[in-house]
Unconditional design. Sequence first.
Length: 284
Amino acid sequence: MLDPVKAQVIVVLGLLSLFAVIEFVRGGFFPREAGTEDNKLDIAILVMFPIVSGGVGLAAAALCSAFIPEYRGALVDWPWWAMVGTLLIADDLTQYLWHRLSHTSVLWPLHRAHHSASYMSVRIVYRNNALYYAFMPGLWLSGLLVFLGFGWVYIGYIFVKLSVIIGAHCNWRWDEALYRIPAMRPLMWVVERTISTPATHHAHHALSDKDGIGYYSGNFGNLLFFWDVLFGTSVITRKFPPAYGLADDRSYGQEKWYVQLLYPFLRSKREASALAIPPGRPPA
């Protein structure tokens, strides 16, 4: 019988593959903006992310087994809606807060790689420093909840969450055509204030915020964009920025892929770098 861990692997790989095929068919999986360092980093992420996230899951399970073994499956009889509500707080809200903190000097070096891509694609969904995931509160709390009995509900939750997140990063702008249909506008008004969409998340990755579209100091939501609405960090324009990436990369050249992945164990020698000593700050 398929267990929740194997099911999660199938869900993640299946969704990534589906959106990758969509991008490939549309001609966007190999963006012309991607440089050598981008390609190397995107490949390295495919190796790093399952190792780190899987390691967190195993570590969380081991800690629970060591310190609270009597609570294994203690919440398995909860109704599914209570489990989903708990996951939205323990995983999605904490990821919103983690993401928001990552746009301050405290964690920016661990998140910078995600914004160094000058393109939007399924390729960059997990493009972050390894420590960004190693310390992510939501991964640890999810491991705890799975231990307590959330296993199969967590799989369903992850399916929905990743569908939204990958769809928001993908260069297939699924929401763009819907905005042009008058009958869909009331529904899209609700959708774009509830979940992350390509328009709201692409704005977060914009090269500049001076055009009234880009907004990298907000739109932090992952599954729920509602957190941005609730905490006043949302900007909704239904438009897409003309360019993505970081201005300092254009001025001084791309950071090495291994520095972006493994800072602070490896550090940059580039001028004006957030990955050097002392580290720099996120875009103002």
